[in-house]
Ligand binder design. Structure first.
Ligand code: 4AD
Ligand code: MG
Length: 429
């Protein structure tokens, strides 16, 4: 088996064979410096003309950007290298000489890079983002598994909406109408009554006509749902959960965060508990700051950013007006014009990363809410059943994976947080 760059430290002063791509090359006449990558990391290979067979030197000369090869060499400690090692090349076995590579050192526009996304992901920066995405998913599952949650999978093809009817993705299901899931929540509520604490992790779809740096058409959501958990406990779990994820990335992705030039001092502060502000106070604060906003209005990106800037950690905005939120949220018993909900707003202008709430547990109230929202009770009969057969207080939330990755990585736009983003007007590649 081939060695990997990630584990190269085990092989100091030994000969190894690696399967690699060449991503860059420099030559100083008698020495060629090969910048090599194998997916697990990056290493420099040094080919010295006087020290290798003629064919090895010739092979190195032929290599173009992204050519694939097996390289043999001796691992040397090298303090100038950012991984601490380099490879004294002794052998090269070319697999393929790559055609002229479209992505070069020069600056490329976003559309060009997006058209070449299948190649763009090979660059160190994109690789670092995808590694961190992987670590975030791992840490999410670690936290949930350690805290008694069972992973269950809600359906993707659904007969009804979960989050309003305006951005549903329509498709035919034989002779019936169907929609791609906007959220697995309603099904997660049903499974929570079977398993107690559950979570789903899967793709969700919203035909949003908005072209912003926070919106994807297809995005991945983690949706925990918990029986016998109220609003207050829901927030406690969310802050612990998010802290665990951020601290895991800091611990396990040092090199990747460095590749992205991420200011980690900001992430180090992300530890539970998180500050909270009610919707009422948030509106007052925004009005004082000169924003044109009234009680009853929803927050836009500039509002969320202004609120987030008051705090160093993510902040919960709680108790939104009932009118503004989804049909299933439980009104505050002391003040039914607001609901027992919270959005978690990330720092640094990254906006809402979590939406969550306590759910309505009273069947009569739920039925009324269907009427208020012009939803057909027939289609949601099964969902109403959850409230008829041993209804219990329960709560849950949905974390948007891509927005979380954008925030932790410090990215301009969510399009870089997923291998193949689905955006308004982009379905290729
Ligand atoms: O706030 P949302 O709409 O909440 C729900 O879907 C609930 N049913 C979740 C639940 O309680 N189980 O979406 C949750 C999160 C948002 O906070 C945001 O991070 C992300 O999903 N999100 C998007 N991310 C990328 N592109 C989009 N178009 C998104 N829409 C929502
Ligand atoms: Mg929301």
């Amino acid at each position: 088996m081939l060695a990997t760059i990630k584990d190269i430290a085990q092989y100091v002063e030994q000969e190894v064979k690696l399967g690699v791509w060449l991503y860059n090359k420099r030559s100083s006449g008698k020495i060629q410096f090969l910048q090599l990558r194998d997916g697990t990391g990056f290493i420099q290979g040094v080919v010295v003309k006087n020290e290798v067979y003629e064919e090895v030197w010739e092979s190195a000369t032929q290599l173009t950007q992204e050519s694939s090869l097996y390289v043999t060499g001796t691992v040397r400690k090298d303090d100038r290298s950012n991984i601490g090692y380099e490879l004294s090349v002794t052998g090269i076995e070319i697999i393929q000489i790559a055609e002229e590579y479209p992505i070069t050192k020069k600056e490329h526009g976003t559309d060009f890079l997006m058209d070449h996304r299948h190649l763009w992901i090979r660059t160190p920066r994109q690789r670092a983002i995808l590694k961190i995405r992987g670590e975030i998913i791992r840490a999410i599952q670690e936290y949930l598994d350690q805290n008694g949650f069972t992973l269950v999978d809600p359906p993707i093809l659904t007969p009804t909406s979960a989050e309003g009817t305006t951005n549903l993705f329509h498709t035919k299901y034989f002779d019936e109408d169907a929609y791609l899931s906007q959220s697995g929540q309603l099904y997660m509520e049903a499974t929570a009554m079977a398993l107690g604490r559950v979570y789903s992790f899967g793709p969700t779809f919203r035909a949003e006509k908005s072209k912003t740096r926070r919106h994807l058409i297809e995005f991945w959501m983690i949706e925990p749902e918990m029986a016998f958990i109220d609003h207050e406990e829901n927030l406690k779990i969310q802050e612990e959960f998010v802290s665990h994820v951020v601290q895991s990335v800091l611990k396990n992705c040092k090199i990747e965060l460095q590749t992205l030039d991420r200011d980690i001092s900001k992430l180090e502060k992300v530890m539970a508990p998180f500050p909270r502000i009610t919707y009422d106070d948030a509106i007052k604060f925004l009005q004082e700051e000169g924003h044109e906003i009234q009680w009853g209005d929803d927050f836009g990106a500039p509002h969320e950013t202004a609120i987030a800037e008051k705090f160093e950690k993510p902040v919960f905005i709680t108790h939104y007006p009932t009118e503004l939120k989804a049909f299933y949220m439980k009104p505050d018993p002391n003040r039914p014009e607001v609901v027992l909900c919270a959005d978690l707003i990330a720092p640094e202008g990254y906006g809402e990363i979590i939406g969550g709430s306590q759910r309505i547990d009273d069947p009569n109230l739920l039925e009324q809410r269907f009427k208020d929202h012009h939803l057909s009770i027939d289609s949601y009969k099964w969902y109403l059943d959850i409230r008829k057969y041993g209804s219990v207080p329960h709560s849950g939330f949905g974390l948007g994976l891509e927005r979380t990755v954008a925030w932790i990585c410090g990215l301009e736009h969510v399009r870089e947080t997923i291998p193949f983003p689905r955006l308004l007007n982009r379905l290729y590649p």
